[in-house]
Structures are given as C-alpha cells and as structure tokens.
Design a protein around this ligand. Structure first.
Ligand code: UN1
Length: 478
C-alpha cells in the first residue's frame, strides 16, 4: 500500500512514522496508510504558511474565489467516491457520507462567493474633513484542528473561509480519519493553491496540534473537538495573545410536548439521537417529554429502534453504522452501565452486536425514568445513547432543557405557535429547532453554541468572517 504523505511548503513529504486507517465496520479492512508526523513537520508547515501569507493576502479576491470554486466543483463531482471513503473510514452510513461530501463541496462554493463580497464601511468623522474607513484584513496563519466525526465537512467549513479571506493554513486532521483530510488536501493542491498557502500535517495532537497552538507565527486557531482539549487550547492561545474559536461538546435537549405530532416527534428524536451513530456534537441526547404523550412516545421510539438496521456502513440497507473505534465503544458501554447504576431504566439496546464483519457495533440505547442530574444527562457520551426525562409542563421542560453546562443546539416538537415561539426565545442554546432534529444544519448560516459548547465567534455563513478577518479603522485628513 502506498503511504499518503503530508503536504508542506508546496511538496508532498513523508512523516516520521505512519498511521493505519482502519474501517470500523470491518477491522480487517485497512483504508490506507498515512504519514504521521511530529513537531518538526508542523514547524516547517507553519514557516511555509508564514512566508506565503503576504503574497496570498495581496491576491485579487477573484483568484481566491476561482480557487475555491474549482475545489468545490471537484468535491461535488466526486461525491460518491469520496462519500464511500468517508463512510469506510468513519462508519457513518453511505447516504450520510455522500451527504457530508456534498455539504463540503457546497461550503467551498459558498465561500467562493464570499471571497468577492468582503467589504468595509465608510464613516463620517466627528471631526470636519476627516475620512474614516473600517476595513477587514486577513489575520495571517490559521491553524485548523478537526475531529473525526465529520472528516470532510468540518475541515471544509474552516479551510474555505480561511483561504477565501486571504489567510494561509496549517491543517491537522484527526489521526483516526486521515483519508478524507488527505483527499481534500490533494484536491486543494491540484486546484492550484500557491506554495505554502495550504499545508497538511497529519499527526497526534500532543505533537502536531501542540506545535501549531504554541507557535508565535500562528495568528488564530479554529478547533472542533472535546471540551477538555478545547479548554487547554483556549488557555494556551490566550497566553500567547492568539485568536481562538472552539466548537466543543453538547448535551442537546429535545422537548416533546403533549401537543406534538407523535410521528414527527418520534422521527425527529430517532434521527437526532441516533443517526450518524449519535456521534454528533449536535445530537439530541436528552429527550424531555411531557407526561401526557410520554408513554406513547417511548413505545413508538422503541418500535422504531427495533426496526433499525445496524450494520456495515457501506451496505445498502444499513441505517446505523458502527461506533468509530474500540475506545469510543468502551466509553458508550461505560455510560450504559453508569446509567443503570444511577437507577435509570435501560428500555432498549445498549449491547454490543455481532455482525458478519468484525466491527464496533452497538445497539442504540434508550434510557427512561431518568432525572436531569444523572451523569448520563450531564456528560456528553458521544454515541448512540439517549435518555428520556419526564416533565409535567412547558415551564418545567424549558427549565430542564436549559439546565446544562452546554448550549449548542436544542429542539422542540409541538404544534403550538405559543410553545414554538416561547421555546425559540427562551432556549439558552446557539441553535433552536422546531419540529426538526437538533443535528443536521445548513451550511450558509451561522453555526455555534453558548456556555461550555463554544468559544469565540460563529462558524459558517457570512458570520465566519468575524474569525478569519481582523478589523482596521483608518483616519485620513485629505
Ligand atoms: C450537524 O449536526 O449538522 O462535531 C453538524 C459536530 C458538529 C457538527 C454538527 N461540529 O458534531
């Protein structure tokens, strides 16, 4: 098998060692072999990006727009093949894999347009005759550190705006899923990105990530991943006066009111809690259900779960793929045990499944009779595990929904305009959904949360410019 290399300073280069990309649906299937590097490679990449910055920042926005458009076109044209690679290395089902690739392609197309739309303001000074301009400039070198659960969409929605607004990039994909990161880098390189403007360094966070975060030449870090790592990165960036954007965990509530359409609520809950194997920071892990609909809702969710096909991510009829790896599977199973010990009722699933191929299969777990103070309702599990919390009123539901350290996404299923409006107004989350899953968002509008879920300005849509540009105010006496 060929070794897929890093891309540094305009050249494909070997790493210090290699990392094996394994298919979680079939651990006998090796997806590929990838370079794995240490600090030295990261530092070379940072130097290259640092040197390339002034030139790239000075290019016509049309050049940047054309580059992004070309990248987006190739991603979209290869959606089936790249979707297959994504599902093979990450374990989400093929339709989700292809869907994610399409989303990545669309993100590049969107920011191809945004590159041309970067504008400033002209303001009248309070001093007669003085002219003021408020301008936006690129920041410099941006370090992009991404997680394993969206191996192409998250890199896309960080790399595209970084390049669109004239920054240069050092990109570190998650070591668990280097395939999509590498394929994206290959597309960016062949689209004609100038030397040093974009660099790929695959390697562990403690070496490559750390070097990027600590370097004085890197102006900003955009990170999506765990709360623990995010907080460490945030503190390190603050110490060095570096801009930082963190997208971390969630413990997202989905409220189901007595007045909900039962079928809608069940579909929204099952999609939000279990699709993509529940491995989304936007997953609905707390189902807060009003007492009048509670029993019917639980019964219908269980029926739906019984009918779900859990299996190989690339098989046609699979609805839920495997968990990403052994560590994650053990974490999920630990939480299933913790929930039972805390007195929650395991109403469905939560057991390891055997399939034709050796993989990390877990039946989706549903807890009922839980309370919001249990660990399973406070800590992010990041797997196909959800809890039902029974409430008596809208007031109790909204209090419960907001009673969490996190605040990424939230949702309500209701047919009442009053409940819908009030929920949107009072939800303490960055995103609030009505009769829609808490996960699965559009690519052209802001994405992000509150409290422990996010730090810094929003990602995606036109709001992304806040992170990837810096404001300059000029005063002129003509
Ligand atoms: C989505 O739900 O469509 O890591 C996106 C995550 C998020 C992305 C979720 N940053 O799960």
């Amino acid at each position: 098998m060929p070794i897929h290399k890093n891309y540094i300073a305009g050249r494909w280069v070997d790493g210090a060692s290699v990392v094996h990309d394994i298919n979680p649906s079939d651990t006998n299937d090796q997806v590929g072999i990838y370079a794995s590097s240490g600090r030295a490679a990261a530092e070379e990449a940072i130097d290259a990006a640092y040197q390339a910055f002034p030139g790239w920042a000075a290019t016509s926005p049309e050049v940047r727009s054309d580059l992004l458009d070309k990248i987006g076109t190739e991603i979209l044209a290869r959606k089936d093949e790249l979707g297959q690679l994504l599902s093979r290395e990450e374990g989400k089902i093929l339709s989700e894999g292809v869907g994610e690739v399409v989303r990545a392609g669309r993100v590049f197309k969107f920011f191809a347009g945004e590159a041309l739309r970067l504008n400033g303001e002209r303001v009248t000074s309070v001093r007669p005759g003085v002219e003021i301009e408020v301008l936006r400039e690129p920041e410099g070198v941006i370090g992009i550190i991404t997680p394993w659960n969206f191996p192409i969409a998250i890199p896309a929605w960080k790399i595209a705006p970084a390049l669109a607004y004239g920054n240069t990039v050092v990109f570190k994909p998650a070591e668990l899923v280097p395939g999509c990161g590498w394929a994206l880098a290959d597309i960016i390189v062949r689209a004609g990105v100038p030397e040093g403007v974009f660099n790929l360094v695959i390697g562990p966070g403690r070496d490559v990530g750390q070097a990027i975060v600590e370097s004085r030449k890197v102006r900003g870090i955009s990170f999506t991943g765990s709360v623990e790592t995010g907080r460490r990165i945030g503190a390190a960036c603050f110490e060095r006066g570096k801009k930082v954007q963190l997208e971390l965990g969630g413990k997202n509530p989905l409220v189901v009111m007595d007045d909900a359409d039962l079928e809608v609520a069940v579909n929204v809950a099952v999609n939000g809690a279990y699709f993509s194997t529940g491995q989304r920071c936007t997953a609905s892990s707390r189902l807060i259900v009003q007492s009048g609909i509670h029993d019917r809702f639980v019964k219908s969710v269980i029926e739906k779960l019984q009918g779900l096909k859990i299996g190989h991510a690339l098989a046609n009829d699979t609805q839920i793929g495997p968990v990403v790896n052994q560590t994650q599977l053990e974490q999920d199973l630990d939480y299933v045990r913790i929930g039972q010990k805390e007195g929650a009722k395991l109403a469905f699933g939560g057991t390891r499944l055997e399939r034709e191929h050796p993989g990390f299969y877990l039946s989706p777990a549903l807890f009922t009779e839980t309370s919001n103070d249990m660990r399973i309702n406070r800590e992010e599990i990041f797997g196909p595990v959800a809890s039902v919390i029974r409430v008596n009123s809208f007031e109790e539901a909204i209090t419960m929904a907001n009673d969490t350290e996190f605040g990424l996404s939230s949702g309500i299923c209701t047919t009442s305009l009053k409940h819908s409006s009030e929920f949107k107004r009072r939800s303490a989350a960055g995103m609030a959904m009505v009769n829609l899953p808490t996960a699965g968002v559009d690519y052209h509008v802001p994405f992000g949360g509150r409290k422990a879920s996010s730090y810094g300005s929003r990602e995606q849509g036109a709001y992304a410019r806040e992170f990837y540009t810096v404001v300059k105010t000029t005063y002129t006496q003509p």
